[in-house]
Design a protein around this ligand. Structure first.
Ligand code: SF4
Length: 332
């Protein structure tokens, strides 16, 4: 029988080639309508973000593939199989994020041509939010956990008011929410959320405690310590908490020891003791590794990395009297 082997290098080259072609064609088309090439290169300057609006369809809660394996997802306990997304784009601009590739494929038809700009530099928000809220039968999801959100952070600055409106519609109807954020702006809603503490968990992600690596991979996100303080404040309001330690990067010049970094994160979270702890290594998706390698100026060696970090994750948690769940690289 013919043995088909997964060839990481070949896959990476093919993905990069396809990606470059799509990007080049779109840039050429948009240049023809007088936009500049500069708009397609990421720049930390948030004045480069272009905003637009789009019509969103009710119901606002949709099936999510990013959840339980039994429900066809990739094995992440981020909801009961549902998500609440209400923007196209995310101005946090994390360099490892793979949402951009979804928008580059489907976003132009759904929202508009701004999706062809660099990731982090476009954001479409709903023009008909009130209509969509009214058109969603929220009670249908009573007692069911929904992820808020899977394709953007609900607390990027342009979404805070929208998020509050949605909380005020969903929570009194009994919907449970897993609020996933990297933004300290979430704290503003904790007083309100504390009235629904049995329906809500607030979860943050931290990839590294290393400042230099953090600035490269999450250029517009609050420092890790600010994100961990979000959890402390949630806990003080009686709200359930969670942390996702991800994506754990392999050794890189600016941060040679992933194990030391992981230990630093876990040692800090041992003071907070979140209700849920998850971990995940950097996964190969689309052309993300090639793009990260270009940004970091070096090759990333992911061979056996996922399995080694899984062991390190559990051992380090155990050392601090904690337990957690590792989300395996499901392509391996
Ligand atoms: S906050 Fe989440 S959705 Fe936004 S860029 Fe970062 S990883 Fe992507």
């Amino acid at each position: 029988m013919l043995k088909v082997e997964y060839n990481r290098e070949k896959y990476r080259e093919a993905a990069l080639k396809a990606w470059s072609t799509i990007r080049r064609n779109k840039i050429e088309r948009l240049k023809a309508v007088n936009e500049t090439f500069d708009d397609y290169i990421f720049d930390i300057d948030s004045r480069k973000i272009a905003y637009g609006t789009y019509r969103i369809n009710a119901p606002l809660i949709k099936k999510s593939k990013l959840t339980w394996v039994e429900k066809g997802g990739v094995g992440k306990e981020l909801s009961d199989g549902w998500s609440l997304n209400y923007a196209v784009g995310c101005t946090h601009a994390c360099r490892f994020c793979y949402v951009d590739s979804i928008h580059k494929r489907y976003g132009e038809r759904r929202a508009g041509p701004l999706v062809n700009r660099a990731w982090g530099n476009y954001l479409y928000t709903p023009s008909n939010l009130d209509e969509a809220i009214a058109g969603t039968k929220w009670e249908k999801w009573k007692g069911i956990e929904v992820m808020m959100s899977s394709t953007h952070d609900p607390y990027i600055p342009s979404l805070t008011e929208t998020t509050r409106k949605l909380l005020e519609a969903a929570l009194p109807a009994g919907v449970k929410l897993c609020i996933q954020t990297r933004s300290p702006l979430a704290v503003r809603d904790f007083e309100f959320l504390s009235h629904y503490s049995k329906q809500v968990r607030v979860q943050v992600s931290v990839a590294t405690m290393n400042e230099r690596l953090g600035r490269i991979i999450e250029p517009r996100v609050a420092p890790p310590e600010s994100r961990l303080r979000i959890l402390e404040k949630a806990r003080d309001h009686g709200i359930s908490t969670g942390i996702i330690i991800a994506p754990v990067f392999p050794p890189v010049r600016v941060r040679p020891s992933p194990s030391g970094d992981l230990e630093e994160i876990i040692s800090r979270i041992s003071e907070i003791r979140p209700d849920n702890i998850y971990g995940e290594s950097l996964h190969v998706r689309g052309s993300n590794i090639t793009e990260l390698e270009a940004m970091l100026g070096q090759k990333l060696d992911l061979e056996n990395f996922d399995a080694a970090m899984e062991i390190k994750f559990h051992r380090t948690l155990a050392k601090y009297g904690l337990k957690g769940r590792w989300w395996k690289e499901h392509r391996n």
